[in-house]
Unconditional design. Sequence first.
Length: 340
Amino acid sequence: MRTLPFTGLALAALLLLSCGQSSRLPALELTGGAMGTRFSITLIAPDDNISMQGLQSRIDETLDEIENLASTWRSESELSKFNAITTSGWVATSLELCLAIEHALEISRLTDGAFDITVGPLVNLWGFGPEGSVREPPAEDTLQDVLATVGYQHLKTRCETPAVEKQTGNLYVDLSGWAKGYAVDELAVLLDQYELQDYLVEIGGEIRVRGHNAEGLKWAVAVEAPSTTQRVPHTILRVTDVSVATSGDYRNFFEFDGKSYSHTIDARTGRPVTHTLAAVTVVNASAAFADAMATALLVLGPSDGPARAAELGIAAFFLIRNKTGIEEVTTPEYDLLRTS
């Protein structure tokens, strides 16, 4: 457990600015590995009666339960077993998996499929999934064959008696664009059960904060500048009692014949996004919603992304490449956060 004056949050383009040496209250940090990345939980002046070892165990158990529910990297997870069923029809599921899919499908509908949890076969085809990396784009006929197996419209949920319908047998569900945010939300629920008032939870760059930092101020979260070579803040946002998630196209990619191919796949075309929108940050009460919506808005691009966010009343911040550098675009809801 330690307090850091500055912590870089890997992968999701977020940087946390902590209190440094001027902290007035003690800060404890619990860390570990989960979901193919790292997690960090910062607690401000926790009650001395709370067993940190016991809390760490509860955290590990919670994360393990989520991976057993929704991981595509674990062959024995409930989601992997669901994906292994190759016939169409209704499949009985746990309530947790049914609700996860239902919530993800709602974001798909809100964004006209820019977020699509059936995109997994395309992610694998382009070398960004559990089947391993590739070094060149797929053949066009192969791409079209795989694209024909994708489409959130072919999934239905019935969570009152938990079940999910595959309307085509080869449908494959990938919740990775939602799961880290969901895990952040679940850890926040756990911390609330311990009656902790001031904390920050981060998993792979997805963040949720409550209360204040060790200086008694709102938490400072910096949106990282979209650079492949260094991690520096582009702008800083002070927030409390919200979640923050960023999706960007500049960390995970491969190059072929002088062209970059991003890990962000548009399920509607079957191809990586190629527009000038470099990164999207979403602020919301739910980390799962922010996680998925940031991905969707990134897929929608520099024009449709901001327009859809404004239409839905979402607090969002966009970094768009232009000939002279980076242009900022924000929604009114995001501007309110910066002035409050």
